[in-house]
Design a protein around this ligand. Structure first.
Ligand SMILES: NC(=O)c1ccc[n+]([C@@H]2O[C@H](COP(=O)([O-])OP(=O)(O)OC[C@H]3O[C@@H](n4cnc5c(N)ncnc54)[C@H](OP(=O)(O)O)[C@@H]3O)[C@@H](O)[C@H]2O)c1
Length: 245
């Protein structure tokens, strides 16, 4: 992938992995539109990186997704890359009483429904662009789930599966479909302090960018690189070790 000549619509671009990728695409010469819900986080990111374009949107809302795509393609007709990075992670005890379905379903809506919908909304525009790509951010947990986050892990497995099918279907259109598979990365995912055991976000993002530039389609890092290449027996062992009581 050429890192220098793109106009990217990047969800979850004001923090964590999304911001780290946004900054690197900006430095390489691309234009980046960072999307998120929190106006203060978007403003903070824009202040630190003045070239960053920001747009407030809740990708959980189908009408907001449609309006985002309408605005982005009208304002930036050269938009050629969608990065489906926004995601949330909830720790869920399935046997706990009083589960609130409206809360539980948010992971499914944000982590799976939104990337699928944004992709389908943008495919007609992307197929007219040179060097078009859709980049989905999945997880090492797509391959072996963390039982403490059962819905999250299932959403990431679903997004990985969808990515493979979309790559196959879009091959004749010239739209590249790429996948970034993070391991645990030190971000605020799930809430501040829950991912401090993860790898530094800058090391992860540097490695991802180098491998995207080298033309790789599916990019992991450390433990997620092992997971994406593992055999079924290795994944079963990984599941056992990760979910030891
Ligand atoms: N950190 C890890 O260990 C890890 C591991 C594997 C995969 N990942 C994946 O990496 C991606 C980025 O996560 P991160 O680690 O960088 O955590 P993060 O800092 O919490 O980033 C998530 C971003 O998504 C945005 N977002 C969440 N819900 C949204 C919504 N409804 N509409 C618009 N934006 C929304 C958030 O902004 P607002 O809250 O302002 O909307 C935030 O900027 C996620 O898909 C995550 O699942 C992370």
């Amino acid at each position: 992938m050429n890192l220098a000549t793109n106009t990217l619509l990047l969800t979850g671009g004001a923090s964590g992995i999304g911001l780290a990728l946004a900054v690197r695409f900006l430095r390489a010469g691309s234009t980046v539109i960072a999307v998120g819900r929190r106006a203060d986080k978007l403003a903070e990111a824009q202040q630190l990186h003045p070239a960053l374009i920001t747009r407030q949107c809740d990708v959980a809302d189908a009408a907001e997704r449609a309006e985002l795509v309408r605005w982005a393609t009208a304002t930036y007709p050269g938009l050629n890359v969608l990065v489906n990075n926004a995601g949330i992670q909830n720790r869920v005890q399935l046997a706990a009483p009083g589960a609130d379905w409206d809360h539980l379903r948010q992971e499914i809506v944000i982590n799976v429904e939104a990337p699928i919908h944004l992709s389908t909304l943008l495919i007609p525009h992307l197929r007219e662009q040179a060097n078009a790509a859709i980049i989905n951010v999945t997880s090492g947990l797509s391959f072996a789930p963390a039982a403490f986050a059962p819905i999250y892990s299932a959403t990431k497995a679903a997004l990985h599966s969808f990515t493979l099918s979309m790559r196959h279907q879009l091959q004749p259109t010239g739209i590249a479909v790429l996948e970034i598979v993070p391991p645990a990365v030190n971000t605020d995912l799930g809430g501040p302090g829950l991912h401090t055991f993860g790898v530094p976000v800058d090391d992860f993002a540097d490695s991802v960018m180098a491998r995207l530039a080298a033309g790789e389609e599916e990019v992991g890092y450390g433990t997620s690189e092992q997971a994406r290449l593992a055999s079924r027996a290795e994944l079963d062992e990984r599941f056992r070790l990760m979910n030891k009581r």
